[in-house]
Design a protein around this ligand. Sequence first.
Ligand code: GLU
Length: 493
Amino acid sequence: MSVRVRFAPSPTGFLHIGGLRTALYNYLYARHHGGTFVLRIEDTDQTRYVEGAEEDIIRSLEWAGMTIDEGPNNPGESGPYRQSERKEMYHEYAKQLIDSGMAYYAFDTTEEIDEMRERLKKSGNPSPKYDTITRQSMKNSLTLPKDEVEKRLANGNEYVVRLKVPRRETVKFEDEIRGIVSFDTAGLDDQVLLKSDGMPTYHLANVVDDHTMGITHVIRGEEWLSSAPKHILLYNAFGWEAPTMAHLPLIMSPSGGKLSKRKAESEGIPVNTKDYIKGNYEPEALINFLAYLGWSPGDDSEIHTMDELCELFTLDRVSKGGAVFNHKKLMWYNEHYIRETSVEELLPRVKGLAEEAGFDTKSDEYLRTVVELLHERVSKVDEFVSMGSFFFEYSTDYDEGALKKWKEDSPALVAAYKAKLESLNEDDFVAANLKSALEETVAENEVGFGKVMMPARIATTGQGFGPDLFPALELLGKEEVINRIDLALEKLS
Ligand code: GLU
């Protein structure tokens, strides 16, 4: 039997980074086994539907390099791939359960259910349920005469369909990550399968779809573990074999606890995939990082391409415990992938970003040197522009941190250096000579190297850090460098 997995997000907002990891583990599992990666949109909750969410999900998966084998935009034979388009099917399957005596119609109003709960609470039941016992005294197709039920259905009276949850049964299944999971049905309500608006609940739709779409492995977040026993009950009620289950560990915030939206924001961690796209992260870095967020190949290797990850990924190496989201580690990956990217490939991207920021990038040759000079220093592609802005524009709004390093003797030392630069002709304005000039200034004034180097850097770049200064000055050119030093001396003397 060939592996079929699905990523089944609800279009209730932008794709969360945790959702992207779930998608990735499904994708890796599918590819590892030469299987199929299905995208199913679980949009039965109309009240939480967010316009554009489906597009965001698909765009995010594509950006991350996950090819969807079957989904709303490229249907296979198990379509439709949006639950809202499968409504009929859920009705048929609910009917099937009713006919086989595994489910029933319930006509009780909310008030009647509340009343039942109140009554039972008073008689000492702390958490009353609509279950094997209470269902016998409620208004449903098990208690009402057959013709009354038919009349109500024909009249269009409101109803829900409930699953007959067996009394005191232990539901057991083997989770690929957690081992045997067992769950007592005693605490369960008779689960609603079809809601009064005719929509299926998550449980019914999820089980019907996984079965009819031929899903062999359900790989999803730990927050769905408590739903799994309900799903197993449903598979049993239908007489279907349940797919293999694997519940992934939670993603934790560095300060402890689940990485919620609020926590992530307060810790400076982008939470939606679109923020990573917009934030110019390398998709390969994010993927490599996410793969290791709850999984490892069992050796000390850390860098792997998507293809290698597909090769290596197995569920038995996924951890049970929560995985801490370490943003520094992500930046480490990002830096690595930037280093691996050729200057050639980086050029058009940096050009685009610089132009977006309103900079004139001069010539391609000029920009290429900027990229070369900064390649070993940036961790994210947009830093070529932020760190390298002085290559395009000079501003006398000096960096505050830098100004702290501008000392009383700085103007005189920078002026002395400038005098040496002025005496060089254009052709000799090259890194090696610029360095010797600085060394001479240092020697003649009997000061440390940094005493001249730092203010020279501040005066010419506006920053207290940056790429190798001498090749940077060579690129800026004599006239520009002298001008900048003049402006700095004027402003900072
Ligand atoms: N629609 C659920 C979600 O939003 C799917 C859970 C599952 O994979 O069963 O994550």
